[in-house]
Design a protein around this ligand. Sequence first.
Ligand SMILES: Nc1ncnc2c1ncn2[C@@H]1O[C@H](COP(=O)(O)OP(=O)(O)O)[C@@H](O)[C@H]1O
Ligand SMILES: [Mg+2]
Length: 256
Amino acid sequence: MKRRRHSRIQTGRDTVVKTADPERMRVEVEKTRRALEIGRQSGLFRVPEVLDYDEKEGVVVLERIRGLRPVRNGLLARGRTALELAARSARALAAIHRDLRLPEDMRVNLPPELAAPGARVFLHGDFNGANVCRSETEPGLVILDWQMTSRHGGRATCGTRFFDVVWFLNYLLWTPGWRHLVGDPVAPVARVFLATYFHETAAGDEAELGPYAQRFFEHKQARRRELATWWQRPWLPRCQVITRRFLEGLVRKASA
Ligand SMILES: Nc1ncnc2c1ncn2[C@@H]1O[C@H](COP(=O)(O)OP(=O)(O)O)[C@@H](O)[C@H]1O
Ligand SMILES: [Mg+2]
C-alpha cells in the first residue's frame, strides 16, 4: 500500500478525485457518507456525494459542487453576513458532534496534548474556514475534507469536541489577512460562533473551554513561525495580540 501524508485533488468537469493514504481515506469516506446524511436530515449543510471509491489505492471520486467559496473571507468581513455565517457554522458543528458515529475499529483518540477530560465525540478533524464553504448556487453551507488535519497526525477520529471548536477559531486567528492589521476581525465572529455552539449543545461545560484553548495555543506557539509563509511573517505579532485577547476574553467569561 502506498503511504502519502498529503492528499491530492484532481478537479474534473462534474467530479473531484481525491487521493490519500488508503487507511486515512477509508476513514474519510466513511465520515463523508455519514455526514452527508446528517447534513440532509438536519438541513444545515451539504456534503459531496461519494460516487466511486477504490479502497486499495485510497482514491475517491466525489460529486463536484460548483461555485464553492471558503467561509473564511465571509467570516472576517464586517457585518451581518459574517455573524450569520458564524452562527450557521456553529449549528453545523453542533449537529456533527451530536450525530456523527463511526464503527468501533475507526475509533482513534486525539493525541495526549490535544486531549481533555470529559465526554468524547466523533470529530470532523479539520473544521476550518477553508473546508467549510458557501456555494454560489445554494443557500446552505458545504462541508468538505472529513479527515483529521495532518498537522495533528491525521489519524484521530474521536475526543473532546473542544478540538473542532478551537481548530475553527485557530484558523481565523492565525491565517493573516489585511483585516487583522486594522482591527480585530475575529472577536465578533468568535463570540457568535461560541454562543451559538454552546446554545445548541447545552452540555454545561463551557467554562472548560478557556483552559483547553490556552493549552492548545501554547502548544502551537513554537511552530507558528516555522509554518508561516514569508508573507505571513510580518502579521504574526498582530495575530498573537488578537489571540491573547481572545484567550483573556474566554477566561473572563468563564469566571464571570
Ligand atoms: N466535492 C468537491 N467539489 C468541489 N470542490 C472540491 C470538492 N472537494 C474538494 N474540492 C476543492 O478542493 C480543495 C481541497 O479539497 P479537500 O478535500 O479540502 O482536500 P485537502 O486535504 O487537500 O485540503 C477544496 O478546498 C475545494 O476547493
Ligand atoms: Mg481541505
